[in-house]
Write a protein of this length. Structure first.
Length: 351
C-alpha cells in the first residue's frame, strides 16, 4: 500500500467529511466531483499544504499527519511529487533549472541536480528545450516540465491537480496519451484530481467520486459508468438514473411512478436507462413497449449529429435522437410527446 488516508477537515466553504483515500503502488486513482466538492482540498492535505482536523494520512510506513498523536511531516519532507493546476514553473528559470529546483531543495548538489534534471527532461522528450524558459514553451511542453520536476525527486506518491486543464483542445489528447504512458511506468501511486470524466476514464485504474466533501461512489471506470449511484455520476455518464424499491412487477420509484424491467430484483434498487434506448413519438405508440409516458419537451441540447431531448413526464426521461429525427418529429420546446422504453432496456442493480 502506498497511500492510506482518512481525511477530516473544515475550512468553512471547503470541508472533508471522513474521506477515505487509498492508492496502491502502481495504481492511478482519479478523484472526481463537481466544483467545490473538496477535491483540491484533499490533495493539499495529502501534499502537506493543509493540516487535517481529524483522521490520519499514512504513506507506506510513515505517518504524515495525525492530529490525535500530533504527528506531522512538513511538505518538503514528504515523499510526494505534485503537479499543480497552473504548473507553477518559475518564469526566470530554464526548464532544467525548474526541474532541478526540487532536488536542490532536498539537499542535492547543483551539479548532481542538473544531471538528474537533464536526464528526466530527455526521458520525457524535452531534450531540445532544456535551456528554454517557460514563456517559450508550448502548453504540452510546460506540462511535461512540471511532471519532470515532480518525478525527479523520486516520490512514492504523485499528485496531479487538473493536469490537462490549461491545455488547448488540440493539444490535450496527445498530452493525455503521453501522461498515461508515464503513469503506467511510474512504480509509486498516483492520485489525479479532475472534474473531467473523460480524463478520469482515460487515465485512472480506479475512480473516487467526491460530492459535498463526502465520497459517494468508487470503483473501476466501468463500474462507475455502468452503475452510477448519484445524480452527478449519472449526468457524467450521460444516463437516466432512478431509485426506488424493486419487486416482482418492476421498480416503484421513490418520487412516484413505476418502471417495468425484464430483470428481477427485490429491495432498494437503482435503475439505469441509456438515452439511446428511449424512443420518442408524437402519437401514443403501438406495439409492445412496457414503459410508455406522455410528456412535454422541456429543452433540447444539440450535440453534433445527435441531440438530447429532455422530457417532463410522470417518469422524467432524457432521450438521445438523431438530428434527422429531431427535425422529422418537430421536437421543439413545449411539444407534446410520448416516450417509450422496452423492459429489456431498464437495468436494475441494488441500491
Amino acid at each position: 500500500m502506498s497511500l492510506d488516508a482518512q481525511l477530516g477537515l473544515d475550512l468553512g466553504r471547503f470541508a472533508l467529511h471522513d474521506v477515505a483515500l487509498r492508492v496502491a503502488d502502481g495504481e492511478t486513482v482519479a478523484l472526481v466531483g463537481p466544483n467545490g466538492a473538496g477535491k483540491t482540498t484533499a490533495l493539499r492535505a495529502i501534499a502537506g499544504l493543509a493540516s487535517i482536523d481529524e483522521g490520519r494520512i499514512r504513506l507506506d510506513d510513515s505517518v504524515l499527519d495525525d492530529p490525535a498523536t500530533g504527528a506531522w511531516i512538513p511538505a518538503e519532507r514528504r515523499s510526494v511529487g505534485v503537479v499543480f493546476q497552473d504548473l507553477l514553473l518559475f518564469p526566470h528559470l530554464s526548464a532544467v533549472e525548474n526541474v532541478a529546483f526540487g532536488l536542490r531543495a532536498r539537499g542535492a548538489r547543483k551539479r548532481e541536480a542538473g544531471r538528474i534534471a537533464t536526464e528526466w527532461l530527455e526521458r520525457l522528450g524535452l531534450a531540445a528545450v532544456v535551456s528554454a524558459r517557460p514563456r517559450s514553451l508550448s502548453g504540452g511542453q510546460a506540462q511535461r516540465v512540471a511532471l519532470a520536476r515532480a518525478l525527479a525527486v523520486e516520490p512514492r506518491l504523485l499528485l496531479l491537480d487538473e493536469p490537462l486543464t490549461a491545455l488547448d483542445v488540440s493539444t490535450r489528447p496527445e498530452v493525455r496519451r503521453d501522461l498515461a504512458r508515464h503513469l503506467d511506468a511510474f512504480t509509486g501511486g498516483a492520485l489525479i484530481v479532475t472534474h473531467d470524466p473523460f480524463e478520469a476514464m482515460a487515465l485512472a485504474d480506479r475512480i473516487v467520486v467526491l460530492e459535498d466533501g463526502r465520497v459517494t461512489q468508487e470503483g473501476t471506470p466501468n463500474e462507475v459508468r455502468e452503475r452510477p449511484r448519484t445524480r452527478y455520476v449519472a449526468d457524467v455518464a450521460g444516463v437516466n438514473l432512478y431509485r426506488g424499491t424493486a419487486g416482482a412487477d418492476g421498480l416503484a420509484l421513490d418520487h412516484g411512478g413505476r418502471l417495468v424491467s425484464a430483470q428481477r430484483l427485490d429491495g432498494p434498487a437503482f435503475a439505469v436507462i441509456h438515452p439511446r434506448a428511449v424512443a420518442l413519438h408524437r402519437r401514443e405508440p403501438e406495439g409492445t413497449p412496457r414503459n410508455v409516458w406522455r410528456g412535454v419537451v422541456r429543452h433540447v441540447d444539440p450535440e453534433g449529429e445527435r441531440a438530447r431531448v429532455h422530457v417532463d413526464a410522470p417518469v422524467p426521461v432524457t432521450a438521445e435522437v438523431t438530428a434527422a429525427a429531431l427535425a422529422d418529429l418537430d421536437l421543439a420546446e413545449g411539444a407534446t410527446v410520448w416516450a417509450s422504453v422496452k423492459a429489456t432496456e431498464v437495468t436494475l442493480y441494488p441500491a
